[in-house]
Design a protein around this ligand. Sequence first.
Ligand SMILES: [Zn+2]
Length: 145
Amino acid sequence: MRESWRIAVRDATLLWPKALGYHAPMTPKTPDDPARIAGYHAHIYYDAGSRETAAWLRQVVGERFEAVLGRWHDEPVGPHPISMFQVAFGVEAFAGIVPFLMLNRGGLRILVHPETDNAYRDHAINALWLGEPVKLKLDILPGAR
Ligand SMILES: [Zn+2]
């Protein structure tokens, strides 16, 4: 790798997590076992203009997958600062639901996070985003930083 690229990569690694308000991920000394993941949540964010798209996505996900659809939250709840509903699903459903959401999110922003014993890490460090991330209220989540 050319030295200038190395510096660019280093700078990007240093800058982007701070820009998004997230902590930089750390490399664990021993691998974290995915068997600790009990299931997943997909949080589907919407606003007044995209509520109809969210309703369509909610319906088709409910029809096609083994998933538990959470209540509509038009008001902020927990770490979620804007309207959303949750889709809870098991480990075995990940490979079906997540690609479906990738292709059918219709511009909605979606957080997919694992369910482990550390809610902070689940949301702040070990999550994946479809679309632009929403700045979550991470400070209220329990768990090790
Ligand atoms: Zn969740």
